[in-house]
Ligand binder design. Structure first.
Ligand SMILES: Nc1ncnc2c1ncn2[C@@H]1O[C@H](COP(=O)(O)OP(=O)(O)OP(=O)(O)O)[C@@H](O)[C@H]1O
Ligand SMILES: [Mg+2]
Length: 532
């Protein structure tokens, strides 16, 4: 201790020494890295490079196969997350770690619930929870709400709030902003600044390079389980970062010209459900990408679920317009309150790629092959028999086009890295004939190289005449991909911009606008579900 105090510069807070991890294959090897008090270390690299695995080893969720660590000079080998947390090492997980059936307050204070003579003190619990939420700008959430009722972005904010504890020495954030919008992200960054000023070390895992450049002091790049290098962020361009990650440069955000809009495929008229979605009308045209922007809680996911029949609208209608090539003269099909079920939507040629791959998207225990072909067994079965050879060819094709990093198509999806799981969700809909594809945060957690591949696939789908609707919190992505962008605020579609008419400022201004003012026809909204 005394020796360290007299040293300048100070010894690192955490030393990772030749750490390796083997599952069936080696996924980390020879990682030697130091983390200093008060710094933000960005950790980046392609999907499957080993970022989450390294983070989990640091935070006690996995143990290293080789090598060791020292925390403030002491040997550090946490046997569990709890043990790491006791030593002040905490992690915000990439896959949410909240218990959905418990309330927000219970999740926030798990393990530290205030008791008196054996009784849970609910008032004290809620007061403490509110204080915790306020730190990160979540004043609008009632601590008594079950977590399962929150949107995924709000869940992420609660997960972050849960880890902002006073005794934290190291905080690892594994893609914390993947589902956050600018306002939430800036609350998070304020907290990060506050923590580092106090000497807390932050490890920040993200694929969003502009974010890394904004907050990181140093950046460490992993490729195939090895450390490429760790160096100061200053002077590093986005292109430098991509080069290090992927080994080549990628322009994933080149602007596309506006695509030619074809005939109308599907439209919604005044569709709504409670206060979550209010009187939304929109038109999806063949060959077009319709983007949806908005803040967390603005009703984007809820709208997509209504359009897919995952939730039933309580007012309005959805209209399916016949394909003029194949069904000339046929009448449009009007569905009062939308599709009755996702099955009905799928039968009508409407697909959905979801943001929440854990609960809605994937069978984690099943193989890539099964998950990827699940959506449409009819294209690969004949007279009821699965054509294994055809299926294998198809799956190999996805694995290659999307660059899914795996040992074989038989690997269980649950053992893939987060970004690679997302690619499997996407793969499902690639081979399906369909007229409309709804995409809710399709590139969440996907690395820059693979993202460019996904964009290419979306381009091809649009060119083949499909109508695409894409929800994204990444405005740069929407501005690059969409032909029109609709903006939601407090359950309403408050504005629709044509390509060429929008700017980042105008989109943000609409997202923060109060519906019920100039834009909303008729009644004004009562409560705002957004975390604004
Ligand atoms: N339980 C497991 N069993 C087998 N392999 C695993 C397991 N967990 C992770 N892996 C493998 O370890 C490798 C690294 O995964 P990891 O989740 O650390 O990647 P990542 O860098 O976080 O990627 P992403 O950007 O997609 O989140 C991947 O190839 C993954 O398939
Ligand atoms: Mg990861």
């Amino acid at each position: 201790m005394n020796r360290r105090a007299s040293q300048a510069p100070a010894a690192p807070l955490l030393c990772i020494d030749a750490v390796g991890k083997d599952y069936t294959a080696t996924v980390l090897d020879g990682i030697t890295l130091a983390l200093n008090a008060g710094e933000v270390l960005a950790l980046t690299g392609e999907n499957g490079a080993g970022k989450s695995t390294l983070s989990k080893i640091v935070c006690g969720l996995e143990s290293a196969t080789r090598g060791g660590m020292r925390l403030a000079g002491e040997t550090y080998a946490p046997a569990s997350r709890r043990e790491a947390e006791r030593l002040g090492v905490r992690m915000v997980m990439q896959e949410l770690g909240l218990v959905p059936t418990l309330t927000v307050a219970e999740n926030l204070l798990m393990g530290r619930l205030p008791h008196r003579a054996g009784w849970l003190r609910r008032d004290a619990l809620h007061t403490a929870a509110r204080a915790q939420l306020a730190k990160i700008g979540l004043d609008s959430i009632d601590p008594a709400t079950p977590v399962s009722q929150l949107g995924i972005g709000q869940q992420q904010m609660v997960e972050i709030a849960r880890n902002l504890q006073d005794d934290t020495r190291i905080l690892v954030l594994d893609e914390p902003t993947a589902m956050l919008t600018p306002r939430e992200t800036s609350y998070l960054f304020d907290q990060i600044a506050r923590l580092t000023a106090r000497g807390v070390a932050i490890v920040y895992v993200s694929h969003r390079l502009e974010e890394l450049r904004r907050i990181a002091d140093r950046v460490a790049v992993l490729r195939d389980g090895r450390l490429v290098d760790a160096r100061p962020m200053a002077g590093m361009s986005e292109d430098d970062l991509v080069q290090r990650m992927v080994g080549r440069s990628v322009s994933d955000l080149e602007h596309r010209p506006r695509r030619a809009a074809g005939p109308m495929v599907m439209s919604a008229q005044g569709i709504g459900r409670g206060t979550a979605v209010q009187d939304v009308s929109l038109e999806l045209r063949a060959g077009e990408v319709f983007g949806i922007a908005g803040l967390v809680g603005s009703g984007r996911t809820e709208l997509v679920r209504l359009l897919f029949g995952a939730d039933r609208a309580d007012r309005g209608s959805v209209t399916l317009h016949p394909d003029p090539d194949t069904a000339e003269g046929a009448a449009p099909r009007v569905l009062q309150r939308g599709f009755a079920s996702p099955m009905q939507a799928i039968a009508a040629g409407v697909g959905l790629v979801t943001e929440d791959r854990k609960s809605q998207g994937l069978l984690l225990g099943q193989s890539i092959r099964i998950n990827a072909t699940l959506s449409d067994l009819s294209t690969i079965s004949r007279a009821g028999w699965l054509q294994r050879a055809k299926e294998n060819r198809l799956v190999q094709g996805f694995v290659q086009t999307l660059g899914i990093r795996c040992r074989s198509p038989e690997q269980p999806v649950g053992t893939l890295s987060g970004g690679n799981q997302q690619k499997v969700v996407f793969a499902r809909w690639l081979h399906r004939e369909g007229r409309v594809l709804l995409l809710d945060e399709p590139t969440r957690g996907v690395d820059v190289g693979a993202r460019a591949e996904l964009y290419g696939e979306l381009d091809r789908m649009a060119a083949s005449g499909r109508a695409l609707l894409m929800v994204s919190s990444d405005l740069r992505e929407l501005m690059a991909m969409a032909d029109r962008i609709g903006v939601m605020s407090a359950g309403r579609l408050v504005a629709v911009f044509e390509r060429g008419q929008w700017s980042e400022q105008s989109l943000l201004a609409a997202a923060f606008s109060e519906p019920g003012g100039r834009e909303a026809p008729g009644h004004s909204s009562s409560s705002s579900p957004a975390t604004v």
